[in-house]
Ligand binder design. Structure first.
Ligand code: NAI
Length: 282
């Protein structure tokens, strides 16, 4: 299964990083968005990211220029007909992803692989939207993509062994580490990480300790590089709440109940860094 030509759909935070990761590894990338302004912005984002890598002497200026030149923007999905692997990083809405899978069925070659970067939706449901469900898989990248080494590879129950093996090999060619998980609510990283963050929020809600002390304890006592509340502010409290709701609804288990304080802060619009206020001020 040859993977040479890449298509990335969605030129937001993750799509920019994913396009950059493939381009710096030598793959030609077609990058599609429905918004021309998103496509315009993405080049500035990727250029700035590559410049930082050049400044840190992690790559040369000519390699950075070559990588940027490998990314070609488009507004048309029809341009994806010769792509071997399409990675989708559009908004986290099932209906939008489902429509893209169905559209690609009519455009791409039968051998093309469709990977979703979803962080919480069921890969099995996304695969079911395709006429070739065995060719659908999850490639869950982490933000910021150029820095984070893990790609959580998510196998839907329909995903074929050959597609799984091809994606694991492709991740290695990106210089990243693939770890495979079966499709399940929150996969592995979010299922372990986000309830820990939720519990830290409950410690504040129950006046067990201040946000500063909760974070200091986890850094000093558990060797976490960043406290869970500072991490929540960085991820965005709305995203933390979304993940807790997926786990709570999916497993129907009260251990995943979102903290009432988390809900209140989201209602108030205190979403963390992006709004200037979360558990800390920015
Ligand atoms: P974003 O909001 O920055 O970007 C989404 C982009 O998709 C926008 O540019 C939008 O114009 C475009 N878009 C919407 N509908 C489209 C369509 N039909 N065709 C083409 N483009 C379309 O979102 P972000 O943060 O990059 O997230 C994208 C995906 O990655 C989501 O599924 C999210 O759950 C997942 N993810 C996000 C992470 C993060 O830290 N932000 C981490 C891991 C996964």
């Amino acid at each position: 299964m040859k993977i040479e030509k890449i298509g990335v759909i969605g030129a937001g935070v993750m799509g920019a990083g994913i396009a950059q990761a493939f381009a710096t590894s030598g793959y030609p990338v077609l990058l599609r968005d429905i918004s021309q302004s998103a496509l315009d912005r993405v080049f500035a984002t990727v250029k700035a990211s590559l410049s930082r890598l050049v400044a840190k002497e992690k790559m040369t200026q000519s390699d950075a220029d070559a990588a940027l030149a490998r990314i070609v923007p488009t507004l048309k999905l029809e341009d994806f007909r010769d792509r071997d692997l399409i990675v989708e990083a559009v908004v986290e809405k099932f209906e939008v992803k489902k429509a893209i899978v169905a559209d690609l069925d009519g455009i791409c070659a039968e051998k093309a692989i469709f990977a979703s970067n979803t962080s919480s939706l069921s890969l099995t449901k996304i695969a079911a939207a395709s006429k070739q469900p065995g060719r659908v898989i999850g490639m869950h990248f982490f933000n910021p993509v150029p820095m984070m080494r893990l790609v959580e590879v998510i196998r839907a129950i329909q995903t074929s062994d050959a597609v799984n093996a091809a994606i694991v090999e492709t991740v290695a060619r990106l210089g990243k580490e693939a770890r495979v998980a079966r499709d399940s609510y929150g996969f592995v990283v979010n299922r372990v990480l986000i309830p820990m963050v939720n519990e830290a929020i409950n410690c504040v809600y129950e006046n067990v300790a201040t946000p500063e002390d909760v974070d200091a304890m986890m850094k000093l006592g558990a060797a976490h590089p960043m406290g869970p509340l500072a991490l929540a502010d960085m991820i965005g409290l709305d995203i933390v709440l979304d993940v807790m709701e997926v786990l709570y609804a999916g497993f129907s288990d009260p251990k995943y109940r979102p903290s009432p304080l988390l809900k209140q802060m989201c209602d108030a619009g205190f979403l963390g860094r992006k709004t200037g206020r979360g558990f800390f001020s920015y």
